[in-house]
Design a binder for this molecule. Structure first.
Ligand code: PMT
Length: 421
């Protein structure tokens, strides 16, 4: 089903940065999805793009002046703040972010932002050094702690000539975050989901290591999907090929031992855990402090067992069972033969609620691909066989199955708040 924003009122705030031109595309996409879009531009924004452009695209007058009251029956900034289902600021300059963090209301946009009780989404765009400045970072932190959501800036060539982080996220990415926030059910609202992604790195010396082909794509798809269902997502990443999705908390780890520590520490505050990472079963017995030198013709590498993180989660779950809520545990199994037998063995041994098996020898499945082919097992055996499809579609289906089972076990996953919560 294609997404719709019909019936939603979105206030689009545009501030004065070169990326303001992208707000026209954003406005047009939101209107195309059926949203009522009300545009507020700061004075700076009007230097980069004409209000008439946004008026034409949104089919409503654009507000630029808090004192320019056109309808005597309402106070416009309060009226728009109340009508909004969401306020999105794109692009958001360092100045606007600073004002919002400090409660300054000196123009139409900042006044509306203080007056609204709707969710606020901010898409920062600025020079790389401005974004990294401690003042801006502290302001972003303050806003995040108050529940403001962000569409993270991208990395690349900036209009100021620098290459780095600070580009406005692409309009399509912003739209998908808005759709996730406003459309569709949110059965994981209020739930804390921990997902691992990527391949662990086991160092031999400062420049060499053992790893595997995991790109993190399966874990990222699960994180993105859970975020769309309203979850508070923590992504524990090892080495991955690309950046993690926006809107999730990322914890970077390297080795299996680091990941073990990061995951176990978060278990008491986790409702769902998904172990999509490819974790090395062994690590070098010795990690050399300096680069190893070439020597004899042959060399034997001694490896020792790593902790099994999923096993530790299962054991922890068994210990807390009966003394409070236990997390719902989803394991993965990467197999090349006898998939069902190995997957069922792992499910039972590691006390998973579900296990997702991929036969990584099949084309289009497993490591590095954008697609996967999986079989999902529960304690009774095969629950669903998912043919070749995108990792995102696989992730959506895994969550459907997990949520249905968790609800049977514990009651509604969103605490009874229902759709849209
Ligand atoms: O990252 P991508 O490129 O998108 O690829 C996705 C994937 C193939 C990595 C993913 O779909 C997948 O199968 N992940 C699990 C890979 C794996 O380690 O499988 P396993 O059968 O060796 O381990 C079984 C389970 O135990 C896994 O959930 C694993 O995370 C966990 N494990 C394994 C060893 C260990 N020391 N600790 C663990 O927690």
């Amino acid at each position: 089903m294609s997404p719709t924003l019909t019936g939603k009122t979105i206030v689009l705030g545009i501030t004065g940065g070169i990326a303001a031109y992208k707000a026209a595309t954003l406005c047009s996409r939101l209107v195309g999805l059926g949203a009522e879009v009300r545009v507020i531009m700061t004075e700076g924004a009007t230097k980069f793009i004409a209000p008439l452009t946004l008026q034409t695209l949104s089919r409503h007058p654009v507000a630029t002046d808090v004192f320019d009251e056109r309808d005597a029956s309402v106070v416009q900034h309060i009226d728009w703040a109340d009508a909004a289902d969401l306020v999105i600021v794109a692009p958001a300059t360092a100045n606007l972010i600073g004002k919002l963090a400090h409660g300054i209301a000196d123009d139409m946009l900042s006044t509306t932002l203080l007056a609204t009780t709707a969710p606020v989404l901010v898409a920062p765009a600025m020079n790389v050094h401005m974004l990294a400045h401690p003042a801006v970072q502290i302001n972003l932190d303050t806003l995040a702690r108050r529940g403001v959501r962000f569409v993270e800036s991208g990395t690349g060539q900036l209009a100021c000539g620098y290459v780095g982080k600070g580009r406005l996220a692409e309009p399509d990415e912003i739209v998908s975050v808005i759709v996730e926030l406003l459309a569709g059910p949110r059965p994981l609202a209020g739930r804390r989901v921990l997902i691992t992604a990527g391949g662990t790195i086991e160092r031999l010396d400062p420049v060499r290591y053992i790893t595997n082909d995991s790109s993190g794509k399966m874990g990222f798809a699960l994180a993105e999907s859970a975020r769309g269902l309203g979850a508070d997502v923590t992504l524990v990443c090892a080495r991955t090929d690309g950046p993690p999705p926006p809107g999730v908390t990322v914890v970077y780890t390297e080795s299996a031992a680091d990941m073990h520590e990061a995951v176990l520490a978060r278990m008491p505050t986790t409702d769902f855990v998904v172990k999509a990472a490819a974790v090395a079963d062994y690590r070098p017995a010795q990690r050399q402090p300096s680069k190893m030198k070439k020597g004899a013709e042959r060399m034997t590498l001694e490896l020792v067992r790593n902790p099994d993180i999923l096993q530790a989660i299962g054991d922890w779950k068994a210990r807390v069972a009966g003394n409070g809520p236990a997390p719902f545990v989803i394991g993965f199994a990467a197999e090349t033969d006898d998939t069902e037998r190995h997957a069922m063995d792992k499910l039972k041994r590691k006390r998973c609620d579900l296990i997702v098996a991929n036969d990584v020898s099949q084309a289009g499945a497993g490591f590095g691909t954008d697609t996967n082919i999986v079989s999902v097992y529960g304690e009774e055996g095969l629950v669903a066989a998912l043919p070749l499809q995108s990792k995102r579609a696989v992730a959506d289906r895994i969550w459907e199955l997990a949520i249905a089972r968790a609800e049977r076990r514990d009651g509604p996953t969103d605490g009874g708040k229902g759709p849209g919560a």
